[in-house]
Design a protein around this ligand. Structure first.
Ligand code: SAM
Length: 228
């Protein structure tokens, strides 16, 4: 990320993110391949093994989870950045995988209520401007009993590491809207999901979450209705 990702006067957060990720798209796969090896520890496989039925991947990026999904799930990918989406389309074609792609904002998902069995979101709640709104939308589009599967880098459980992350994100939030001390689990719980399993790795800086939308739940965050 470069300083060109700084927010411009009057620019909406989503417009800024779109600009940042359109610019980052050509280099993303190369940078991510290195990060995945040292930091993610099989996280993409972990997500994909738990996916079932109609899967919505929110902020699918360049589609780096696509090779891992089982053959019997159908995948729809929503993404803010057209440049990231173009690479995801190429990846799906290369894999011979039929994926439905749509440009859209995680905070206002272009999908009907209770229309997916699984929602996956990887490495994106750290950069989506309002992660609580996005999680609320993920709940809305899940069927009751549906699975929420998250993977992200988060604030460490070790105070010295957390302090370093906090210092680093003083730069990254300003430069590109990228956060390093966010924690998704409290947001998932506040949205009314039942947490099935969680794992924290790498000095508590990486988290995997498998949660379920309770049966009988109306679906919106805190049951207050759609956030549109
Ligand atoms: C670090 S990349 C992760 C991409 C992919 N999920 C992966 O696992 O490699 C973050 C992605 O989030 C997307 N993004 C950021 N804000 C978004 C929003 N509000 N709605 C949808 N996508 C968003 C960016 O365009 C970018 O593709």
């Amino acid at each position: 990320m470069t300083s060109t990702g700084k927010a411009r006067a009057g620019e909406r957060p989503a417009a800024r993110q779109k600009r940042v990720w359109d610019k980052a798209a050509p280099r993303y796969d190369k940078q991510m391949a290195f990060f995945e090896k040292i930091q993610l520890g099989g996280g993409r496989e972990w997500l994909a093994q738990r996916a079932q039925g109609r899967v919505l991947e929110v902020a699918i990026g360049t589609g780096r989870n696509l090779p891992y999904y089982p053959a019997d799930v159908t995948v729809t990918g929503i993404e803010l950045s057209p440049a990231m989406l173009a690479i995801a389309r190429q990846r799906a074609a290369g894999l011979g995988r039929d994926v439905g792609f749509q440009e859209g904002d995680a905070e206002h998902l272009p999908a009907g209520d209770a229309s997916f069995d699984t929602v996956v979101c990887a490495l994106s709640l750290c950069t989506i401007p309002d992660p609580a709104a996005a999680i609320g939308e993920m709940k809305r589009v899940l069927v009751p009993g549906g699975r929420l599967l998250l993977l992200d880098h988060i604030g460490s459980t070790w105070p010295p590491v957390y302090a370093a992350q906090w210092l680093f994100e003083r730069i990254t939030i300003r430069a590109a809207g990228e956060h390093f001390t966010r924690r998704q689990l409290p947001l998932v719980q506040a949205a009314g999901f039942q947490v099935v399993e969680t794992e924290r790795l790498k000095a508590g800086t990486v988290e995997r979450i498998h949660a379920v939308k309770p049966a009988g739940s109306k679906g919106h965050a805190n049951e207050e209705g759609p956030r549109r």
